[in-house]
Ligand binder design. Structure first.
Ligand SMILES: [Zn+2]
Ligand SMILES: [Zn+2]
Length: 148
């Protein structure tokens, strides 16, 4: 199968392509992800910004994360679907929302962050490394080796 993936918003005004496979996939239970998700968490797919091409216009909502870094959350201004976010401390990367993917099968999380904020009814995969909050640095073991 060719490398890369694609996705779109609910109305179709925004669509995108990535020329690379997901580099890192995290499931986040922070309050900001919850507030913008429709449920208790969001799943983010990290890829290099230069591998990512968006068609259509996004609106960005910038909000400070726990760390104080500014997270800009891009969504379709027509239908409100979250598409991707940027983090002021992680320049050069974009974090694509799993909900926007054409093929959700590629978005199996590798790590859980802000697990302490997950509700008691959320089953967290015991196979995955889970952090109470955001770790300073992601352990190497969970970083997917670059396929190239
Ligand atoms: Zn839309
Ligand atoms: Zn979050």
């Amino acid at each position: 199968m060719a490398e890369g993936f694609s996705g779109k918003c609910l109305c179709g005004a925004v669509h995108y392509e990535s020329s690379v496979d997901p580099q890192f996939i995290g499931q986040c239970h922070c309050i900001d992800c919850r507030k913008t998700s429709g449920t208790d968490h969001a799943t983010h797919i990290a890829i290099p910004e230069d591998a990512f091409t968006v068609t259509g216009t996004l609106k960005f909502f910038d909000h400070p994360a726990n760390s104080g870094n500014i997270v800009g959350r891009g969504f379709c201004p027509e239908c409100g679907a979250p598409i991707y976010s940027r983090n002021s401390a992680m320049k050069g990367l974009v974090f694509v929302r799993a909900s926007s993917l054409d093929d959700l099968e590629i978005a199996k999380p590798q790590v859980i962050v802000f697990a302490s904020r997950a509700p008691s009814w959320r089953h967290l995969d015991p196979e995955l490394p889970a952090y109470a909050e955001m770790p300073e640095k992601m352990p190497k073991a969970v970083s997917k080796p670059a396929s190239s």
